[in-house]
Design a protein around this ligand. Sequence first.
Ligand SMILES: *[C@@H]1O[C@H](CO)[C@@H](O)[C@H](O)[C@H]1NC(C)=O
Ligand SMILES: *[C@@H]1O[C@H](CO)[C@@H](O)[C@H](O)[C@H]1NC(C)=O
Length: 290
Amino acid sequence: MIKTILFIALLLNVVQVTLSSVVSVGDFNKDFFITWSPNHVNTSADGHERSLKLDQESGAGFASSKMFLFGQIDMQIKLVPGHSAGTVIGYYLTSDQPNRDEIDFEFMGNVSGQPYILQTNVFADGFDDREERIYLWFDPTEDFHTYSILWNLYQIVFMVDWVPIRVYKNHADKGVAFPRWQPMSLKVSLWNGESWATRGGHDKVDWSKGPFIASFRNYKIDACIWKGNPRFCRADSNTNWWNKDRFRSLTWSQRRLFRWVRKYHLIYDYCQDNQRFKNNLPKECSLPKY
Ligand SMILES: *[C@@H]1O[C@H](CO)[C@@H](O)[C@H](O)[C@H]1NC(C)=O
Ligand SMILES: *[C@@H]1O[C@H](CO)[C@@H](O)[C@H](O)[C@H]1NC(C)=O
């Protein structure tokens, strides 16, 4: 009898751990709901591809129906082709709380022929001011590329086609805030950010060049689904593969790529902006990056 109960308990435990993580099906209609302007959203018949439109009337957006605590998220994105000045695409995880945690990709458009900027930011416990910006090493409007977030207890890694472009390491033991308590949902939107996005707000949206369309496809959400108990998500199990040793810091080849990005593609790093922080840079700036 006791053996049976123990066995069932064990089985339930296994089932629960298994269910707490998912390799998503890749169907936008199943994993996301439209949060903003359904008539500016197009989804392919099989649900694998979706596009958002920005015109004078509205932008558009969608959000995951589940929340996650740690995992890896990949999304293929094709940015607005041609003239895209003033437009912004956000692809981010957010806890939507007053003291919010957030992990952001923001793509800032440009006038025709000029480069997009990819800005990343991290909010931890309500504080952000952690922008980094890069130019991409390819034209992101010509084809789909994969933009990923790896998030575990040890680090947050932003990747573009598997190249780590940014690492935000967990330095909580040194008093630096790190997103690790609040579950987050995944959100995507296309909107008018002309007041700041392109050359600091100099180039506005040119509506005569619209509508502006960005496309998304083949996403993969391999993350721990929030069920109210962080224990399952923090566990180092086979399902929670992102918590395993080899994902706790960059590998040697990732480090090489990361240094290459910083050397040739970085155009802004808050950690180098002494003027903005009045020579009092945030604490993490003097700690190891990876
Ligand atoms: C959706 O498709 C229709 C027909 O092809 C097109 O007119 C509309 O602009 C598209 N909307 C988006 C958001 O791509
Ligand atoms: C747009 O192009 C200008 C000129 O090349 C460049 O300075 C700027 O960084 C580019 N991107 C954005 C988003 O402003």
